[in-house]
Design a protein around this ligand. Structure first.
Ligand code: CA
Length: 227
């Protein structure tokens, strides 16, 4: 069970989701507009936020960006359109998952549980193990098959960020935001160059990847070689 904040302006959808999530054991708080939702998300510290994109006062994407300036609370975005560009944009803006309307409380509940499980995984200071790769953020050491890697600080941060989210595709925009701390600027090329250096230090190539897998047009994923 989680403390859920539902930001949704449509009263029928809001009522149905509140009822369905409550029946599934969640405690649900709700807001009918973007700014009220932002206030509740920051002020009430919910476990997770379900954010509609089409809101009467400010667009949900703007709410998400503002929220990300203040909080790492998991966010599931609800979008009315199955628009790939929009979905990529909200994931890049820091959403943890998305659902395309219409959806029911059962599906939303499953996504909420999946996102919260994911969040339980790696604490920021915990050593991350992916196959033969160990990344220790406290000691800032990365070891591959028992051999310590000689990484620059940026390469280390990049590898740690990707390894902490193993098996997930991470967008280049997110890497620029999270690793380079460049919110809206920066070029994908910067990421590509560092990825190629990292790849060389891991002893692999883009053509024959072991840990570092590029997903064309989307981003990059770290996975164990046999996964
Ligand atoms: Ca709406």
């Amino acid at each position: 069970m989680a403390q859920v904040l539902l930001v949704e302006d449509d009263p029928a959808i809001r009522t149905a989701l509140i009822r369905g999530l409550t029946e599934r054991g969640h405690a649900v708080d709700s807001a009918a507009a973007g700014m009220a939702g932002l206030q509740a998300a920051v002020g009430n510290a919910p476990d997770i936020v379900v954010l509609d994109l089409g809101l009467p006062d400010v667009d949900g994407t703007v709410v998400l960006r503002m929220l990300r300036g203040a909080s790492r609370v998991p966010v599931i975005v609800a979008t009315a359109r199955d628009d790939e560009q929009e979905i990529v944009a909200v994931l890049d803006a820091g959403a943890d998952d998305y659902l395309v309307k219409p959806f029911g409380a059962a599906q939303l509940d499953a996504r909420i549980r999946a996102v919260l499980r994911r969040g339980d995984g790696a604490r920021p200071d915990e050593t991350v193990v992916v196959g033969g790769l160990r990344v220790d953020p406290r000691g800032r050491r990365a070891v591959l098959d028992g051999r310590e890697l000689d990484l620059t600080p940026r390469e280390f941060d990049l590898l740690h960020h990707l390894a902490a989210r193993a098996d997930e595709v991470v967008g280049k925009r997110e890497l620029l935001t999270e690793v380079w701390q460049l919110p809206y600027g920066g070029a994908d090329k910067t990421v590509d160059v560092h990825l190629s250096w990292l790849r060389r230090k891991l002893g692999e190539t883009a053509q024959a990847p072991r840990y570092l897998h590029s997903v064309r047009g989307v981003g990059v994923r770290v996975s164990a070689p046999d996964a």
